[in-house]
Design a protein around this ligand. Structure first.
Ligand SMILES: [Fe+2]
Length: 477
């Protein structure tokens, strides 16, 4: 009897403890493949799941969701308790969606404080949604997650088997990464979020893992997203930059998180003038940022044979690399080749220093380029050739599993780690310590900007030629 009372007391104490502290927003939400298939079948046609995105800075969160045209109400409420007592209501706007029946509700939540627990609900067609937990972390020192080429779907807009299969890889890598790294603040993806860019259920599948209710996403545009327009209707990225010459889905964006400025480029557009203008705006608005991160889809120094693709080797190097050099970026994340790899330190196209796995480098010259793996399939054509390129510092050539990368920032250190996506075995790491300021003096930027004018004209010409080529071949590759 005594033992029973003791056990009951212990269970009660644990229950009270859980009530007091709650469970982590990234508590185990693992699923078997069959459980996933059931979830997929039940949600595939809903088209109302929300996308939680990063805000303009760490104190904000953006969210968007589709709602019935007659009842769409762009409202979110947020509280520090699950009962939603004393909740703050945030109102946003509705914008057209890609279909006749729905509108897109867009809301920004503000006033997020660090190391705090929040619960939020959005207004659905049938009232307030279930309350989901969001836990902010430390703002000055934090860890973010990079997973790329999620690329939900197959080669056609009606491919439920492929959507479900890739969705399960996505769910599984989130499960592995977040349960092993519950201190992650947000996820960055260098594009190809969807496969055709034209099907609502590709986005619904991407949003099915419950982890995405608590994990803000920062999503770049990839060539597959560019095959359609759905990215516009299923994301709510901050500081979207539409430029002078961008057309259709083309857009860059930027955001600030702690001491880090993130420049997110649409690498499918060769509009050099617009990309440069976005970088100018972001850099000018964030003179105190300690780190500068670039994000784009196609990899300049990716593992595999990326350098042999003319678009990547010529156009992307010519359009983007000068901007990265002009503003002395620390690191650039890319994807597209479906292969994990990392460069040595690169400056103006040349290797200026080794960045060996496991090492720490103080005030290095040059930029590290990290190419991340894919969820849809792994391995790029010619991956075994990766180490032939002098820029390669690390390439994951010997396995067919996905990977994930974490980056921990403090105001003086940036620690990058890449893990296997199935068991979190550490594959690659490198740390940069920085005391130097950015090498972006006014005279240097002036002369580099002057030289870049040629690229702005060539980029404009490329834009016009690309538009003809895309229309002839019926879309982006
Ligand atoms: Fe791609």
């Amino acid at each position: 009897m005594k033992r029973t009372i003791k056990t009951l007391a212990l269970v009660l104490a644990m229950f009270m403890l859980m009530q007091t502290f709650g469970v982590s927003a990234f508590d185990d939400k693992s699923m078997t493949e069959n459980e996933w298939k059931e979830l997929y079948a039940s949600l595939r046609d809903e088209n109302t799941l929300p996308t939680l995105c990063v805000g303009a800075d760490e104190t904000e969160l953006n969210i968007c969701w589709h709602a019935d045209k007659d009842t769409a109400t762009p409202k979110v409420r947020m509280a520090d308790n699950a009962a939603m007592t004393d909740a703050t209501v945030f109102e946003g706007e509705t914008t057209p969606s890609e279909n006749e029946e729905q509108l897109v509700c867009r809301v920004t939540m503000t006033g997020i404080k660090e190391n705090s627990t929040y619960y939020y609900q959005w207004y659905t067609d049938s009232g307030w949604s279930e309350a989901y937990k969001y836990e902010s972390k430390d703002f000055d020192s934090y860890k973010m997650l990079v997973v790329g080429d999620i690329q939900i779907g197959g080669q056609s807009t009606d491919n439920p088997e492929e959507q479900s299969r890739i969705g399960y890889v996505w769910q599984s890598v989130l499960d592995e990464a977040l349960t092993k790294n519950p201190d992650i603040s947000f996820l960055l993806s260098p594009g190809d979020n969807t496969s055709t860019g034209q099907a609502a259920d590709e986005w619904q599948t991407l949003l099915m893992p419950e982890y995405t209710r608590s994990l803000p996403l920062a999503l770049a545009i990839g060539n597959h997203d560019k095959k359609g327009m759905t990215y516009e209707y299923y994301t709510h990225m901050p500081n979207e930059f539409f430029g002078k010459y961008f057309e259709g889905l083309d857009r860059d964006c930027w955001f600030r998180y702690g001491d880090v400025l993130y420049l997110v480029f649409d690498a499918t557009s060769g509009s050099a003038a617009d990309h440069k203008a976005m970088a100018d705006e972001a850099i000018a608005a964030n003179p105190d940022a300690k780190w500068r991160v670039g994000v784009m889809h196609q990899g300049l120094y990716a593992a595999g044979v990326a350098m042999l693709e003319p678009e990547t080797a010529i156009m992307l190097n010519a359009v983007f690399q000068p901007i990265f050099e002009m503003y002395d970026l620390d690191i650039v994340f890319t994807g597209h080749t479906h292969m994990q790899g990392r460069s040595n330190f690169i400056s103006d196209g040349a290797v200026v220093g080794f960045a060996k796995s496991g090492e720490t480098y103080k005030d290095p010259n040059g930029i590290i380029y990290v190419n991340v793996n894919a969820c849809c399939d792994q391995g790029s054509l010619g991956k075994e050739l990766s180490y032939l390129w002098p820029y390669t510092a690390y390439a994951f050539v010997d396995a067919d599993v996905t990977t994930y990368t974490t980056v921990e920032f403090t105001d003086t250190t940036m620690a990058l780690k890449t893990f296997r996506g199935d068991n979190s075995e550490l594959l690659d790491s490198v740390t940069v310590e920085k005391e130097d300021d950015f090498n972006d003096g006014k005279i240097r930027v002036f002369f580099r900007s002057l030289g870049y004018k040629i690229m702005e004209v060539l980029g404009w010409l490329y834009l016009k030629i690309d538009a003809v080529v895309v229309s002839i071949r019926g879309g982006h590759f």
